[in-house]
Design a protein around this ligand. Structure first.
Ligand SMILES: [Zn+2]
Length: 443
């Protein structure tokens, strides 16, 4: 009898689990259902996947180091690491941090703040890495920093928790009090009012490709025969996080759906878009979150899988954690980064900065649109972005930049927003799926 009851419970649990996974997977598939005559393409044409390198600013000890790495990553100028990569890449920054650990906005070197301002205004820094580690951090410190950002018109909408800083917003990985109204470090009301929309609170996924259906292959792909035992452990852990997420664990909710972002409530009741970053190093999450470990995270194998599943990926690293190498970025990682840049240039992977990838995805997730098939033309009608936190927004051309729709062969297509026909809609040849498309271009 007991055996029968246990079996029934087991079956019910399995049915619930697979039912929930099936539902999440079908939501992703429905959004990009290419069987329809006109369908939203997941990434701008011709890209098959989307990726951002999200490098936290820890251990950038000097301004020269920051500028040299930034120049190498985002320009094609000559640097000490060779010709720059020209990636669309952005760093993050601190207001406070012990001088011996990293540069920060309030660093005694008077050159730091003006350089950070320049980088932020140019979009080469697009996130704040908490206000920083300051032993006696209190709300007044946040007030001072936010006043400075307002005065200098520094626009930042991405917040990334630092390792256990008191002003962090996360509760269960990065342990902060920044959103606890009773704490002296409380600042979340001011920080969100200033313009923070996306928050990272310590969640890391090992799965290659978010916003992609989960299957057994998602977990098995973590197997690395050179590190068989360690990678099997990772498979077990990641599967457990997924199961816990499906069964309602808040800590692993995002692992349960494999989405890129979710709405999370802070302790003070405010809501934010919380996002997940990626790190599947065989030694374990965050075990090699440094310049050397990045080589593994953007290996040919991982990028190949990312394209195969057509996913999003925000890669977690610290390019400033580079002690003991001849150059700022170790040789192996430079080679991997050059390969990544080729994937971008050849039109395979859409490589952009964290803030841009998050905004693009948010608009895709909540965009309302429809289409009408005329006698010999197609009209795509763009509605609002039904942003659950900001409300209904009529998208600007900037919000829609890169948006691509699959359309039937040889059928003229027009796109309308707010009753107006959009200019700058470009027709594309068939991509790897054999389908033609149109893209909303900038300008
Ligand atoms: Zn950090």
């Amino acid at each position: 009898m007991v055996g029968l009851v246990l079996s029934c419970v087991m079956v019910a649990v399995l049915c619930y689990y697979f039912g929930a996974v099936w539902q999440t997977n079908s939501e992703f598939r429905k959004r990009y259902d290419a069987r329809k005559e006109v369908a939203l393409r997941k990434f701008p044409y011709p890209y098959r996947a989307g990726l951002a390198i999200s490098s936290d600013c820890d251990n950038l000890e000097t301004l020269a180091e920051l500028v040299e790495i930034q120049t190498f990553m985002s320009t094609k100028e000559m640097t000490s690491m060779g010709r720059g990569l020209g990636l669309d890449f952005a760093y993050n920054f601190f207001f406070f941090e012990p001088v011996e650990e990293a540069i920060s906005y309030y660093h005694p070197d008077g050159q730091v703040a003006p350089t950070l301002r320049k980088l932020i205004r140019a979009g080469d820094i697009d996130a704040i890495h908490s206000f920083g580690k300051k032993k006696d951090f209190v709300r007044e410190d946040a007030v001072r920093a936010i006043q400075e950002m307002r005065r200098e018109r520094l626009e930042i909408e991405v917040w990334i928790d630092h390792t256990q800083a008191i002003d962090n917003l996360g509760d269960d990985v990065t342990f902060g009090e920044g959103d606890h109204p009773e704490s002296a470090a409380y600042h979340a009301d001011l920080t969100l009012a200033y313009g923070i929309n996306f928050v990272w609170m310590g969640r890391i996924s090992m799965l290659v490709g978010q916003v992609a259906p989960i299957g057994i292959g998602s977990f098995m792909s973590l197997f690395d025969k050179q590190h068989a035992l360690a990678s099997c452990k990772n498979i077990g852990k990641e599967l457990a996080k997924n199961v816990l997420g499906v069964f309602g664990s808040g800590k692993y909710a995002i692992h349960g759906t494999n989405d890129l972002l979710k709405i999370s409530e802070l302790d003070d009741g405010q809501k934010v878009y919380e996002f997940v970053r990626f790190d599947n190093h065989w030694k374990g999450v965050a075990a090699e979150d440094n310049a050397r470990g990045l080589e593994y995270l953007i290996s040919e194998r991982n990028l190949g899988r990312l394209k195969e599943v057509g996913g999003y990926m925000i890669v977690y690293t610290h390019l400033g954690k580079n002690k003991g190498y001849d150059s700022f970025i170790p040789e192996g990682t430079i080679t991997a980064l050059r390969h990544l840049a080729e994937e971008g240039e050849s039109g395979a992977i859409y490589i952009t900065k964290t803030s841009k990838l998050l905004n693009y995805y948010l608009a895709q997730k909540y965009l309302e649109w429809s289409y009408e098939v005329g006698k010999d033309s197609i009209r795509i009608v763009i509605g609002n972005i039904n942003d659950p936190l900001a409300g209904e927004i009529m998208p600007s051309k900037e919000d829609l930049e890169g948006f691509t729709f699959y359309v039937p062969v040889n059928t003229p297509t027009e796109i309308y927003v707010g009753g107006q026909r959009m200019n700058g809609v470009v027709r594309n040849r068939a991509d790897h799926t054999g389908k033609e498309s149109v893209t909303i271009k900038e300008g």
